[in-house]
Ligand binder design. Sequence first.
Ligand code: ATP
Ligand code: MG
Length: 428
Amino acid sequence: MAIQSVRGMPDILPEQAGAWRYLEQTAQRIFNAYGLTQIRTPIVEDTALFARSIGDVTDIVEKEMYTFEDRSGDSLTLRPELTAGVVRAAIEHGLLHNQTQRLWYQGPAFRYERPQKGRYRQFHQIGVECFGIADARMDVDLLEMTDQLWKTLGIRSSVTLEINSIGSPEARGAYRLALVDFLASVRDQLDADSQARLERSPLRILDSKNASTQALLADAPSLIDYLTDDDRQHFELLKEGLSEANIDFVVNPRLVRGLDYYGRTVFEWTTQALGAQGTICGGGRYDGLVEHLGGRATPGVGFALGMERVVLLMEALQVIPDTYQTQADVYLMPQHPHCESAIRQLARALRTQFPELRVMTHIGGGSLKSQLKKADRSGAGIGLIIGEAELDDRQVVFKPLRGGEQLTLAEVEIFNRISELKDTSWTT
Ligand code: ATP
Ligand code: MG
């Protein structure tokens, strides 16, 4: 019996990897344009980091973590998200002393969940964390970045921005009392998880995925009515900034997000196109987290997007450019063993001249017909053929593979032709 991949930890095969690369490269380009720098932290952290930062009474810490003892008896955990590690690193290396940081990251995360479309046990996030800036205009900048990313990827019209303010700890304290009052009055009708949370973590009940609990919550008091004046002002500035940037949003007063360390701004980008796993990106402000993890009090705001879900959406909308789904732009075919050297020299010269051009040489002989079949499969738009007839005169057959006239050209002419096609991504 051959060994299989671990349940919920899928491979990303060559035919899918192009979409991933497209997403990664596009995100990196946009982060670059906003002056962000990258941070890379380990996949494994001290278990206590997650318990303390995400919160004991969360789905993640209660039932989703991959925790194990290493050989020296230390309790370690595969990161279920990347924020905690980034904050730990920023404190540990003094990145927050008298300076602000605007960081991005990317990598795998692990949660023991029930695998289904858009929900996996190993999944991947791209995210941003900004430290040292409490101003709501920073939150706006983050949302502009994500808005720009969706636009560039071609998925903007299928996603909606939901925002809310969950206020300062002071506001949440007052709200908590009102919410517990309300929930106690409908206690018997709550799902078991929510009943268990009623005393320890009532706000998390707002985030319940149970449909009948969600229906009950329609009559619950709204956090937004408990905001302090400063919270309110912060939220107004956020909304004004979004309008000024022409970013449509809806205020969802039930949006709280799953993690304990958020305050004020919370947001999610959601889509109807992926069924139950409709949140492709979530984030918000966590002004208390740095101090909570032992650093000097430092405001922070960030987001993380789920790469699997964004890729699923890009696939559903068929927005992935051809060049990310094919292997080659040019496919070179020697028609005789005598022509092998000329073909390989031509390939080398093309790669030198056009570093972006994807050049594949046919290896292994065979008939022209079978070579053309392979050329087609590579996705190339141009076939270049050298047979014995062309060899003597240093000529090359230029064969458009997606329609167009075949020409026999001098080798220098090939370079001119390809140069002309550059602006059309090498398609004839
Ligand atoms: P959900 O409500 O769907 O469980 P979450 O609130 O637990 O999401 P976050 O912790 O906010 O998710 O993580 C940010 C993003 O990472 C999510 O919006 C989602 O796109 C993605 N994500 C979270 N968990 C998974 C998973 N198990 N598989 C794939 N993507 C995930
Ligand atoms: Mg979750």
